[in-house]
Write a protein that binds this ligand. Sequence first.
Ligand code: TYD
Length: 197
Amino acid sequence: MFISFEGVDGSGKSTQAGLLASALREAGFEVIETREPGGTPLGEQVRTMLLHGADMTPWAEAALFAASRAQHVEAVIRPALERGAWVVCDRYVDSSVVYQGVVRGLGAEAVYDLNRVVTRELMPQQTFVLDLDAATSRARQDGELDRIEREDDSFRARVVAAYRDLASRDPERVVVLDASLPVAELAERIRERVLAG
Ligand code: TYD
């Protein structure tokens, strides 16, 4: 089973991905916990370029996220799924569709098509979108901001709206949860949903 977590920066998706992975391990499953951009040595190098490198055009950005993802799918995700492990991934194709496709304006379809090719059509069975308003997202940010986190509130608001829209188009796979709920309650809802599925 392949599960992804999505949401605007500061939504707590990394925390929830970690809690779900621990719960599944306690239930006796092998779990690969991973993230994008990253997840492989090449992916981590690409991550540094994307988040701390030079300015780039939107298509250069989409292509770099896709390059990291291509490596990640073939080297980590697909082999894990083939041997029966669970994969819990912090961001995946939906991040590119939302950030590059909708918010950067490349077109959701065009970015999705690129990603279908590079992943050989591997999509998660279940995706959790942690929904948080733009102001809270910014307020939760600390430390040095990366290239994408430096974008303004209207960028964040468009990310939030694009995730809601995505979920409404694919309600079977994509579940939206209120990221302002207490961490433990949110974790419980996610666990129930996963174990029921
Ligand atoms: P993330 O690792 O979730 O941020 P952090 O750990 O710093 O909170 O993601 C890094 C940034 O990359 C985030 O702003 C979203 C962006 N992103 C895209 O724009 N497209 C993508 O395909 C992915 C995977 C991430």
